[in-house]
Design a protein around this ligand. Structure first.
Ligand SMILES: *Cc1c(COP(=O)(O)O)cnc(C)c1O
Length: 358
């Protein structure tokens, strides 16, 4: 992915090196503008990583001790950790078994009088259906924080992910659809007051140097990473289209295998295929078969958050979230990345077909 950007990335490095200013400067400001515009939103706040983007968002909205925050039962652990770090209680909602995403009905089922926020995750690159969720949230006085770490550039009814919630979090971990050359993250929002509060919180609670209005944290995006991200953001639409094209070839090649459940995309949204996830009955044997033929696959995620040791204290047990548990047993992610050759895609398709035919 970086080969064609080599010269531009080195230029970006030179620019920051020469400016000799490494934290919160012109590059971060420029990237924040670009990224907010990319999401169709007014403000962005560069932070250190995606987990902090979620955590700072929760703190900015005043979510803390005693509050409940609804999260999907099938998400990456960071979504849940952000809630605990804010001092709030994660409450799991089961996803739609077809799209793997939270729905308004799913959220409504686990809502209580203590629900303060919900974090819909646009899992694997497919946007959740956001409009009804926002209506529900506003009716119930609940904040929405989109976890957009996997779906930068996806849409719901034409609106970009990261533009619907009260505050929205994303990650620029190198493996995401747009990744830094290190860690990075951002919050996106439309409200000026929330923007100001969030900006202050990420920088020691400091509206001006050595003045501290709140007990903030240190979670800033580096100038260097911002400079790299400015270069990479220009390529993101093209990269997402390439992921979609690869997904199309997989779909066509795998469509006549009755044992393979392909990703289901809700017609109201788009999918940018951070992962191309299939469900198969004999998952571990297929993974081993492919591994032996030089094809790496991954499981997103093998252990649902409620069964992680880190959350044993919440008292959940096997059987409590059957959809998340079943997904963790049957899902696997096929290789998908910009620059993947047609030959490699066909090789994956042929080997999966051979496995089921033999
Ligand atoms: C990657 C990811 C995060 C966390 O991002 P980091 O930058 O690694 O902290 C949060 N949520 C989801 C869904 C992710 O995939």
């Amino acid at each position: 992915m970086h080969d064609e950007l080599h010269a531009d990335l080195l230029d970006a490095f030179q620019r920051v090196y020469q400016a000799n200013h490494f934290v919160l400067g012109k590059e971060v400001e420029a990237f924040e503008k670009d990224f907010a515009a990319f999401c169709g939103s007014r403000y962005a706040i560069g932070v250190a990583n995606g987990l902090d983007a979620l955590h700072v968002s929760l703190k900015t909205l005043g979510v803390g001790q005693g509050d409940e925050v609804i999260v999907p039962s099938n998400t990456f652990i960071a979504t849940v950790l952000a809630v605990s770090q804010a001092g709030a209680i994660p409450v799991f909602a089961e996803p739609d078994p077809q799209t793997y995403n939270l729905t308004t009905d799913g959220i409504d089922r686990v809502k209580s009088s203590r629900t303060k926020a919900v974090i819909p995750v646009h899992l694997y690159g497919q946007s959740c259906v956001m409009k009804p969720m926002m209506t529900w949230a506003n009716d119930h006085d609940v904040f929405v924080i989109e976890d957009n770490a996997q779906a930068q550039g996806a849409t719901s009814n034409g609106g970009s992910t990261g533009s619907f919630g009260h505050m929205n979090a994303t990650s620029f971990y190198p493996a995401k659809n747009i990744g830094a050359l290190g860690d990075g993250g951002a919050i996106v929002c439309n409200d000026e007051e929330l923007y100001t509060r969030g900006s202050v919180l990420r920088n020691y609670g400091s509206p001006e140097k050595y003045v501290h209005d709140v007990q903030g944290m240190n979670s800033r995006l580096d100038e260097l990473q911002a400079a790299f991200l400015r270069v990479k953001l220009r390529k993101l639409p093209e990269w997402n289209e390439e992921r979609q094209r690869i997904a199309g070839i997989y779909r066509e090649g795998l469509s006549d295998l009755p044992d393979v459940v392909l990703p289901h995309v809700n017609p109201q949204v788009t999918h940018v295929y951070h992962c191309f996830v299939i469900q198969v009955p004999d998952r571990d044997r297929l993974r081993k078969y492919l591994q032996e033929r030089g094809i790496g696959t991954l499981i997103h995620y093998p252990i649902p958050p409620h069964l992680q040791k880190a959350y044993a204290g919440l008292g959940w047990k096997k059987g409590d979230f059957p959809i998340a548990e079943s997904l963790s047993e049957h899902l696997m992610s096929l290789p998908v990345y910009p620059g993947m050759t047609d030959r490699d895609i066909s090789y994956v398709v042929e080997n999966i077909s051979d496995f089921f035919r033999s």
